[in-house]
Ligand binder design. Structure first.
Ligand SMILES: O=P(O)(O)OC[C@H]1O[C@H](O)[C@H](O)[C@@H](O)[C@@H]1O
Length: 315
C-alpha cells in the first residue's frame, strides 16, 4: 500500500507494500519537486506535471501510456502503443490546482451539471491521493483515493471515500470508481466521467444510443427537453449537449481520425454527449465528450458502496 497525500502542490509519499518496486521516502513541504520523482510499482512513476502539479505516469510493457493528475484525479492522456493520444485536453485548460483541469477524464461528483453546489461537484477540484499501485503481468494499476475534507464539507456535509482504480493494458484503459458512505447518515449523489476524446468533429459518429430516452440540454441546461434518439449514428454538425437515459453498456465512437473506440461500462446507467461548437471556437473541432454518467441519484446508506466501471478499448 502506498499513500501519497498532497499538501499544496507537494505530495508526501510513504510506501509500504511488497509490490512497490522502488521508492524514495519523502516527507513534508518545502522540497523541490524534482526530488519527488519516484517509481512506485514497475510502470508507475510519480513525477512533476504542468504547473508543478503531481502527475502519475503509467506505462504498460506493450507501450501504452497514461498520465493522471492527482489534482482532480484526472487522467489527461491515454496513448496507445502506436503513440496516438486518444484523449484531449482543451487549450484553455489551466494547471494551477485551483480550477478543474478542462480535458482528459474529469470526475463529476457528487453532482453532475448545475445544481445546489458548483457545476459538476467538487471532486475535479480536490487533490486525490495514491492509495495503491501494482503491476500485473506488465499492466500497471493505480488506485487513487478521495475523502471528504473542509472544502467538500462546506458544500456537501458528508463523510465519504471514493476509490478510483485505473488499469492500463496494451489496447485498453479501464477505470473502476467505488464510492463508499463512511458517514452515519444516508447520502445521495449524481456523478459522471466527463471524458474528452480527441477527434475531428466533422468525421465523428457515436453509435449504440438509438432508442434511448434523451434529455436535451440545448437550449436550456436547467430545463432539458425530453425526447427519443432515433439515429443509428449520431453526428455533431452543431452544438450538442444531451443526456441519454438507460444507455446500453456498449457505445462505439468513431473519432474521425481513423480510430473506433469501444466505450463499455458496468453500472454507469446513462450517457452524455457534448460538443460546444462555436462557443469554443478555438478547439471544438478537435474533441468530443462521450460521458458515462449516473444522472438519477445514487442513494447510499452508511457503509454501503456504489461501484461502476468504464472500459475504453480500441480494436
Ligand atoms: O465547462 P464544464 O463545467 O466542464 O462543463 C462542460 C459541459 O459538461 C457536460 O457535458 C454538460 O452536459 C454540459 O452542460 C457542460 O457545458
Amino acid at each position: 500500500m502506498a499513500i501519497v497525500s498532497s499538501c499544496c502542490c507537494f505530495p508526501t509519499l510513504t510506501l509500504s507494500s511488497r509490490n512497490l518496486r522502488k521508492h524514495n521516502r519523502l516527507s513534508g513541504t518545502g522540497m523541490t519537486f524534482a526530488s519527488i520523482s519516484s517509481e512506485t510499482s514497475l510502470g508507475v512513476k510519480i513525477t512533476q506535471g504542468n504547473g508543478n502539479l503531481p502527475k502519475v505516469v503509467l506505462k504498460s510493457a506493450e507501450g501504452s501510456e497514461v498520465e493522471i493528475y492527482l489534482f482532480g484525479g484526472c487522467v489527461t492522456s491515454w496513448k496507445v502503443p502506436n503513440g496516438k493520444d486518444l484523449l484531449f485536453v482543451r487549450p484553455d485548460a489551466v494547471f494551477n490546482g485551483q480550477k478543474p483541469i478542462s480535458g482528459g477524464i474529469p470526475h463529476c461528483f457528487p453532482q453532475f451539471g448545475p445544481g445546489p453546489m458548483q457545476q459538476h461537484g467538487f471532486a475535479r477540484n480536490m487533490n486525490w491521493s495514491v492509495a495503491d499501485s501494482e503491476n500485473v503481468e506488465g499492466n500497471p494499476i493505480l488506485t487513487l483515493e478521495l475523502k471528504d475534507g473542509p472544502y467538500s464539507r462546506a458544500m456537501w456535509d458528508f463523510s465519504f471515500q471514493a476509490l478510483y482504480k485505473v488499469i492500463l493494458k496494451s489496447n485498453s484503459l479501464s477505470t473502476v470508481l467505488t464510492v463508499t458512505n463512511t458517514d452515519n447518515r444516508p447520502f445521495s449523489f449524481s456523478t459522471a466521467l466527463h471524458t474528452y476524446f480527441r477527434a475531428s468533429i466533422a468525421g465523428v459518429s457515436v453509435k449504440g444510443l438509438k432508442g434511448c430516452k434523451t434529455l436535451n440540454k440545448d437550449p436550456d441546461p436547467k430545463n432539458p427537453l425530453e425526447g427519443i434518439e432515433h439515429r443509428d449514428a449520431i453526428t455533431f454538425p452543431g452544438f450538442v449537449d444531451c443526456v441519454y437515459l438507460d444507455a446500453p453498456n456498449d457505445v462505439q465512437l468513431d473519432n474521425g481520425l481513423g480510430d473506433t473506440i469501444t466505450i463499455r461500462n458496468t453500472n454507469w446507467s446513462d450517457a452524455v454527449l457534448w460538443n460546444p461548437n462555436t462557443t469554443m471556437e478555438a478547439c471544438y473541432r478537435d474533441f468530443v465528450c462521450v460521458e458515462n454518467a449516473k444522472i438519477g441519484e445514487v442513494q447510499l446508506e452508511p457503509k454501503q458502496s456504489w461501484i461502476a466501471e468504464q472500459h475504453l478499448s480500441i480494436s
